[in-house]
Structure formats: structure tokens, C-alpha cells
Design a protein around this ligand. Structure first.
Ligand code: GLY
Length: 400
């Protein structure tokens, strides 16, 4: 929307052929370390690409979600991915200091005002905390705070005080009270709300949700079901299965990544050891899985019998990398940070999207195999967690 640099497409990828593992320092205020990938060039290329995309749009309410079958697809108003493009702009602002990125990130985040009071989904954490939640600590813009608090209050209404969980979806005639492992990611938003207001009820709901999920979502081998449906009369699980994985007994890769990130984050927020131990177990499951490829970018599901002839999911790898960097702070000596660096290096070299016509940096993610939707495509959340991981790797401080 502004007069940013144009003609970006020819230059964005040329450096990728020149990856030389050279070491860079980055212009941040936190302690830094050298990272074995040319992250400075990647960040500059991403900023240029995102800005060039924004130059082509006419309003901030619609955000790009993916590029599929030769067409850019935008997120609808209630789309769970709406917060990631603004969130990536906040991360790029933190990584570059470019004020135009902050202006655009602010406008895109303010556009989420139209969803802040919506009580029909658990995804408010993804939508609002990844956008406004990244911007408010930097700007103290009261308009962002207002969106966040209204969103946290809307999310809170989905809590069931007997089941002790937040309901995920309202769709699905055959379900009574479905809860997906992804829902762990919304708890950080509730923890923020308690810190912001002094009202402990948001935090207590988050802790309840994490504890009940720990009890019912995990298998003996520390993998998780994608969906657990609860009986609204007995309050116990009545069905366990999947929505986006290979089958009901399989381990959907992004779900394992959400669990790893969610329990690592909940340990940060609560210091409860059972959450840390769960994160450790999930990391062990992911990193030691016999079907994990050598480059640590998993197939969309760990248990599809057609492996290796199934698509990989870059989004799962990016989420995992970001979580491992944080987990390494709490459990040093397990090479989690080293594994994250390997993932990021591989993503930044082997999994870059070369399709024109969209702003995304990474390709090769999977939305949902069973629905034959978004297979081997860029996804806005893969870029978001990739940027978050780069920021964490360079800043050391989580949530800097
Ligand atoms: N939260 C939806 C997904 O991970 O696809």
C-alpha cells in the first residue's frame, strides 16, 4: 500500500544458490550468536517480498493464506490463520527495524477488531495473540490492547468448568465437545490476559486445559491424538481420532509440533514440572522417530504407510524449530538448539518457494491431506514460525 521497493521477484532467490554457511551478526539489542545459515539475507529477502506484496493490496482486512493451483488464497474473516501475516510483519519489524513494517503490522493487526468479540471458535489465540499480541508490547497501542482483552474474554466463554477444557470447534454434528491438540496454542493468550488484568481466571483456565489435555490426548508412546471428543453428560472422552492426520491412530506431524510448543510455553508460564516433562517426551518422540527424515522436516504424518512417497510438512518443522529453541533454555544439554538450527538451515535452503504470485518465503507445507487441501504449498503460518524461530535463535530471549 505504500511506495516500497518494487521488482523484488528476480532478486529474492538469487542468494539461495550462494548459501555458504557464512556467519552473520544481526542488528538486535539482545545478546547474539552466529547462526550457521545466511539468515541476514533471508530476513532481508522476506522483508522485501512482504513489502512488495503489501504494495499491491488496497485494504488491510484480507490477509494472504496460501498459494494453491496457481492462485493466491486469502483468509476469510473467521479463518484461524488471519493473525499470522500481521505477526510475520511484527517479526520482520523486530528483525530489521524498518518502520514501514511496523506501520503495516499495526494496520493489519487493527483489522482483527472485527473478530475480537466472536465466540464461535477457539482460534482467537492464533488470530489475535500472534498479531496484536506481538504488536502491543512494542507499541503500547491501546487499540491493540482493547482487541486483545475482548478476544481473551470471548475465548474464555468456551471453557467448560466440568470438562475443564476450552471447546475447539462448533462444527461437526457427530461431536459433543471436540478438543484438538492445536488448542494448546491458545493458552498463551489467556496467560497474557491474567498478567494484563490481574484477574487469575484466564490463567486458571489455561492450566486446567493443559492438565486435562495431558491426561486424555496422549498415547503411551507420547504421540498425541489430534481430536478428543468429550461427553457433555459424563464429562469424559467419548471418542479419539483425527481430522487432518492419516488415521485415528496415527501421529499427525503438525499436531505433534503444536503439543511440543504448547507444553514448552505452558512450562514458561507456570513453571509446573509436568508440563516440562511432557514437552521433553514429545521432543523425544519427534526427534527419534524412525520416519523422521535426516533433514528433520517431517512427512505430514509420521505413520502414513506410503512414506517416503507422501508430502512433507514444512509448517510442522518450523513450529518444532521454534519450540525446541525455547525448550533448550529449560533443558540444556539435549541438543535441542542444535536440532533447531539444522531444521532452520534446511528450511532456508531446500524448502523455499519459487512460485511467483505470492509473498511467502517457504513452500512445501500441507494443510490437510484427508481433505486434499493445501498439499505441498506455502502457508502463512509456516513463514510465521520460521521467522519466530530465527528471532529466538538470534535474540536468545524468548518472546523478545
Ligand atoms: N490449527 C489448524 C491446523 O493446524 O491446521
Amino acid at each position: 500500500m505504500k511506495n516500497h521497493l518494487n521488482n523484488y521477484s528476480a532478486s529474492v532467490f538469487t542468494f539461495l544458490g550462494l548459501v555458504n554457511l557464512s556467519l552473520f551478526s544481526c542488528d538486535t539489542t539482545q545478546p547474539q550468536e552466529n547462526v550457521s545459515l545466511n539468515e541476514k539475507e533471508i530476513i532481508a529477502a522476506m522483508a522485501q517480498k512482504y513489502k512488495a506484496f503489501i504494495d499491491t493490496v488496497t485494504h488491510y482486512a484480507a490477509v494472504p493464506r496460501t498459494y494453491e493451483n496457481g492462485a493466491l488464497k486469502m483468509a476469510s474473516r473467521q479463518d484461524w490463520t488471519r493473525g499470522f501475516f500481521p505477526g510475520s510483519l511484527w517479526y520482520l519489524y523486530k528483525l530489521t527495524g524498518d518502520p514501514s513494517l511496523m506501520e503495516d503490522a499495526t494496520e493489519y493487526s487493527l483489522a482483527l477488531d472485527d473478530i475480537a468479540d466472536f465466540k464461535g471458535t477457539h482460534d482467537l489465540g492464533f488470530m489475535i495473540y500472534c498479531s496484536a499480541g506481538n504488536g502491543y508490547p512494542l507499541t503500547e497501542d491501546e487499540r491493540l490492547y482493547d482487541i486483545m482483552l475482548r478476544g481473551a474474554n470471548a475465548l474464555k466463554t468456551r471453557y467448560h468448568d466440568k470438562i475443564k477444557l476450552i471447546r475447539s470447534w462448533d462444527f461437526g454434528q457427530d461431536k459433543q465437545f471436540p478438543v484438538i491438540i492445536d488448542n494448546m496454542m491458545n493458552l498463551e493468550f489467556l496467560c497474557w490476559a491474567t498478567k494484563a488484568t490481574g484477574d487469575s481466571s484466564y490463567y486458571e483456565i489455561a492450566v486446567d486445559h493443559a492438565k486435562t489435555t495431558l491426561k486424555n490426548h496422549f498415547r503411551e508412546d507420547n504421540s498425541s491424538f489430534h481430536v478428543v471428543d468429550y461427553d457433555t453428560t459424563t464429562y469424559h472422552p467419548r471418542w479419539k481420532g483425527t481430522h487432518q492426520g492419516y488415521n485415528g491412530q496415527s501421529a499427525w506431524s503438525r499436531g505433534q509440533a503444536w503439543g511440543l510448543y504448547g507444553y514448552t510455553m505452558m512450562y514458561r508460564e507456570t513453571k509446573q514440572d509436568e508440563f516440562l516433562q511432557q514437552a521433553r517426551k514429545i521432543a523425544g518422540y519427534i526427534l527419534n522417530h524412525e520416519n523422521m527424515p535426516a533433514d528433520l522436516v517431517p512427512y505430514y504424518d509420521y505413520d502414513d504407510p506410503k512414506i517416503p512417497n507422501v508430502p512433507k510438512d514444512v509448517s510442522a518443522a518450523a513450529i518444532t524449530a521454534s519450540a525446541l529453541i525455547e525448550l533448550d533454555q529449560y533443558l540444556p544439554g539435549n541438543s535441542y538448539r542444535q536440532k533447531a538450527r539444522e531444521i532452520l538451515k534446511n528450511l532456508g535452503t531446500k524448502y523455499v518457494s519459487r512460485s511467483p504470485g505470492h509473498p511467502f518465503f517457504l513452500g512445501h507445507s500441507v494443510g490437510s491431506m484427508p481433505h486434499n487441501g493445501e498439499i505441498d504449498v506455502p502457508l502463512n503460518y509456516a513463514d510465521y514460525y520460521f521467522l519466530e524461530a530465527l528471532l529466538r535463535l538470534m535474540n536468545k530471549k524468548i518472546n523478545a
